[in-house]
Design a protein around this ligand. Structure first.
Ligand code: NAD
Length: 505
């Protein structure tokens, strides 16, 4: 199918809620004549009045000229019937998230629109293939998945169903660019790109909470230190636990109850109890105050050591060598370095402070026939800024003195050590490995390209880097080893390694 070129064509937006209003604004700002329809009487006019206020305040703040604001508003026209679709080049649907309602709407529209008109759905979780089923021309239906708030979020997932014409997807891709967005192609699979790859960001923290590994504050602090704008707990509180839980559930169900996506009992309990987050005044934290500041633990300088060796190679080992050298400078000596030891970390008078490889500190201690072992989490942002929070865990068999010395050494390196129960893969390493693994499976299944996944996660959910960018800074074998350690510890389907990663290795 060829479309008559969407640039400049009139657009009908159906649904004048949060998303529809934003889509209408973006289309109008790009110069389209926009019609806005909603079954709720007055909804389209209300949306337009609200947009007028928003544009006004942008003019007041100097972010928009009077002329642009007035022209944008003048291009949007509320309409009382779907007949307004007769001469448009594109319909974007943003109505209630319900398959039957969307199918019925598109069937109705097919009887009105012209032959070259493209039909787009902004669904966030329903199969585009399923919405197209039963249409006379399913090839012209495509997903155009915007993110909230539409005018600010750059990403648009262009979703192709089984019958979507490749040319139609390409036209929507180009239109997305003309609207100032960054479009990314994806196949119609549960969660598309962002909502699928993001699941482990919440799920791993919920799993750690369930086994009482740490408090929400600690988990949030660790992931924020890794560059995430919000920790998973405060983010779930913001999104709303009901919404977040519903998305997880829908991805889980749509994947035929694949255990990898199993929802969390911790979150279900919160939803059942009405602890929905910010909107209900209480989630993991109480609002409006939000999270309390983490209590500051004071660590004395570590006891003078006789011998220190930095083990391993790579960026983290290099940074450790630098940091230890700096810490030992006043004493007039430096650490030894051994690159081929097979682990990364510090050996301090026979005790080990090791970067997590996925195994627990207890397991590593038992394997090495040592008592004094501690593991610390991955640091992503190197060189580490002083004051960076980092999770660590002690082997249960560690001596009383190592229990104070291990965090004291992390503090001496400029970190803020946060104790975690001795769980495999700690917080950041485990979360990143699972995000990478999910992205790898998405690529394996043709849902997106690695570049598409990186762009989607950075622009759709503001991740500091994309999963494949993290993979570059880590190593395929390192990620696989970490996942295998998690799998060996927990058993089951959740931590199975993506065949895509195995192929790269
Ligand atoms: P919303 O409830 O704010 O708005 C939906 C609007 O559609 C309402 O005004 C309602 O009156 C109207 N409506 C319902 N049925 C209709 C019909 N048959 N014909 C015309 N109008 C109808 O919802 P929203 O958050 O804007 O979501 C709309 C769509 O966008 C959903 O499919 C949702 O999954 C998707 N989406 C939402 C977000 C988000 O963060 N809110 C993000 C991406 C995608």
């Amino acid at each position: 199918m060829t479309t008559s070129g969407l640039n400049g064509a009139p657009v009908l937006v159906v649904g004048a809620g949060i998303m529809g209003a934003g889509i209408a604004q973006v289309a109008a700002q790009a110069g389209h004549a926009v019609r806005l329809f909603d079954t709720r009487e007055g909804a389209a006019a209300q949306a337009l009045a609200k947009l007028a206020q928003t544009l006004d305040s942008l003019v007041t703040k100097g972010r928009l000229t009077d002329e642009v604001a007035a022209a944008t508003l003048a291009r949007i026209e509320p309409t009382a019937t779907l007949d307004a679709a007769a001469d448009v080049g594109l319909v974007v649907e943003a109505i209630v998230e319900n398959l039957d309602a969307k199918r019925a709407l598109f069937r109705q529209l097919e009887a009105i629109v012209g032959a070259g008109c493209v039909l787009a759905t902004n669904t966030s979780s329903i199969s585009v293939t399923a919405i197209a089923n039963g249409l006379q021309h399913p090839a012209r239906l495509v997903g155009m998945h915007f993110f909230n708030p539409v005018p600010l979020m750059k990403l648009v997932e262009v979703v192709s169903g089984l019958q979507t014409d490749a040319g139609v997807a390409e036209d929507i891709f180009e239109l997305g660019k003309a609207w100032g967005k960054v479009p990314v192609h994806t196949k119609s699979t549960p969660g598309f790109i962002v909502n699928r790859i993001a699941r482990p960001y919440y799920a791993e923290t919920l799993a750690l909470l369930q086994e009482q590994a740490a408090t929400p504050q600690v988990l949030d602090a660790c992931l924020k230190a890794a560059g995430f704008r919000m920790g998973p707990c405060e983010l779930m509180d913001l999104i709303g636990h009901d919404t977040n839980f519903a998305v997880t559930r829908s991805v889980y169900e749509a994947n035929f109850y694949d255990k990898r996506y199993v929802p969390s009992l911790v979150q279900r309990e919160m939803v059942d109890g009405g602890l929905l987050g910010r909107k209900s005044g209480r989630g993991f934290y109480r609002y409006p105050d939000g999270a309390d500041a983490l209590p500051v633990a004071v660590h004395a300088a570590p006891a003078t050591a006789q011998a220190i060796t930095v083990h391993g190679e790579g960026a983290v080992a290099d940074w450790l060598e630098q940091a230890v050298t700096h810490a030992l400078e006043p004493q007039g000596w430096g650490p030894a370095r051994q690159v081929d030891s097979g682990w990364i970390g510090l050996e301090i008078d026979g005790a080990r402070l090791a970067l997590t490889d996925g195994r627990t500190a207890g397991e590593r201690a038992a394997r090495a026939n040592l008592r004094d072992v501690a593991v610390f989490d991955r640091t992503v942002l190197l060189p580490v800024k002083p004051g960076t929070a980092i999770a660590y865990a002690l082997a249960p068999q560690a001596s009383a003195s190592w229990r104070t010395q291990a965090p004291a050494w992390l503090a001496a390196l400029g970190l803020v050590p946060l104790p975690l129960a001795d769980t495999p893969g700690l917080v950041v390493a485990r979360t990143l490995a699972m995000l990478v693994n999910e992205a790898a499976d998405a690529v394996l299944q043709g849902v997106c390209t690695p570049e598409g996944a990186d762009a989607a996660m950075k622009l759709g959910v503001n991740y500091p880097a994309g999963p494949f960018e993290w993979l570059q800074g880590w190593s395929v074998t390192g990620v696989i080893a970490l996942l295998e350690a998690l799998d060996a510890h927990y058993r089951g389907e959740r931590y199975r390694v993506s065949p895509w990663l195995r192929r790269q290795a």
